[in-house]
Ligand binder design. Structure first.
Ligand SMILES: O=C(O)COP(=O)(O)O
Ligand SMILES: [Mg+2]
Length: 232
C-alpha cells in the first residue's frame, strides 16, 4: 500500500502530464521515427526513447540525434542537424499528438477525487504548451485544470524550481501546501527546490532509473491512490 508522510492537507495540486496523466510514449516514438526517416537516419527504439523523455522536446531531439549518430549531445554533427530535426519533429508530433497516447488507469478517478477535496489543480509539463493543450483536450482532461503551463511558459523548465513557484503563484497557494504529483526526478527536484511536497507515480518515465530511488514524500501506483492524503 502506498504511504505518504505529508503532514498537512494540500490546498492545491500540480500535476505533471507525460508519464503521470497520459502515457505518451507511443506519440514520441512515432514523431521521432518520422523525424529520423525524413533525415535519412536509422530509427530509435521505444526503450531508448523512454529514457530520454521528460526534459522537454529540445533535450529529447538532441538526445535522439546523439544516440543514432553515436555522438555526444553537444557534438557538432548534432548541432548542425538540430534546426531541421526540430522542424520535422514538430510537424510529426503535431500530426500524431494523442493518437498513440492513453490516459493511465486511475488518472480520471484521481483527478475527480482531488477536485472532490476542493483542491484547485494545475497541469505543469515540460511539453511545449502548443502540444500540451490539444492533448489534454483530446483526452478530456482539460476541464480539471485552472491552469496549464508548458515547457515554454517560463524562463526555465523543471527540474528548476521556477515553474513550480510560478504555478503556485498562479494557484494562489503557498508552496509548502501545494502538492506536486509527477513521475520523475525532474518533478521531485523541482518540488524540493520550490519547497512543495511531492508524490511520484510508479508507472511513468524516470530516465531509465527506478523511481523509488528518487527523493520524494510518497509514491503511488495509481493517481486514484492519492485519496490517502491527510484530510486536514
Ligand atoms: O519532456 C516532455 O515533453 C515531457 O514532460 P513532462 O513529463 O514534464 O510532462
Ligand atoms: Mg513526466
Amino acid at each position: 500500500m502506498a504511504h505518504t508522510p505529508i503532514a498537512a492537507r494540500p490546498l492545491a495540486a500540480i500535476l505533471d502530464l507525460d508519464g503521470t496523466l497520459v502515457d505518451t510514449l507511443g506519440d514520441f516514438v512515432h514523431a521521432l521515427g518520422g523525424m529520423l526517416a525524413d533525415l535519412s537516419l536509422p530509427p530509435v527504439g521505444r526503450a531508448e526513447v523512454e529514457t530520454m523523455v521528460g526534459k522537454g522536446s529540445e533535450h529529447l531531439i538532441r538526445a535522439v540525434l546523439a544516440h543514432v549518430l553515436g555522438q555526444a549531445p553537444g557534438a557538432a554533427a548534432v548541432q548542425a542537424l538540430y534546426p531541421r530535426a526540430r522542424d520535422r519533429y514538430q510537424d510529426h508530433y503535431r500530426a500524431v499528438n494523442g493518437r498513440h497516447a492513453t490516459v493511465y488507469p486511475g488518472a480520471v478517478l484521481g483527478l475527480e477525487r482531488l477536485c472532490g477535496l476542493g483542491l484547485p489543480l494545475a497541469c505543469l509539463t515540460n511539453k511545449p504548451t502548443a502540444f500540451a493543450l490539444p492533448l489534454l483536450r483530446a483526452k478530456g482532461l482539460d476541464g480539471f485544470f485552472a491552469h496549464v503551463f508548458g515547457g515554454d511558459s517560463f524562463a526555465r523548465k523543471k527540474p528548476d524550481p521556477l515553474p513550480l513557484l510560478k504555478t503556485c503563484a498562479a494557484l494562489g497557494t503557498p508552496p509548502a501546501r501545494t502538492l506536486m504529483v509527477g513521475d520523475s526526478s525532474n518533478d521531485a527536484l523541482a518540488a524540493r527546490g520550490a519547497g512543495c511536497p511531492v508524490v511520484l507515480v510508479t508507472y511513468g518515465y524516470n530516465h531509465g532509473v527506478p523511481v523509488r530511488a528518487v527523493d520524494a514524500d510518497g509514491f503511488v501506483d495509481a493517481l486514484a491512490d492519492l485519496q490517502m492524503l491527510p484530510k486536514k
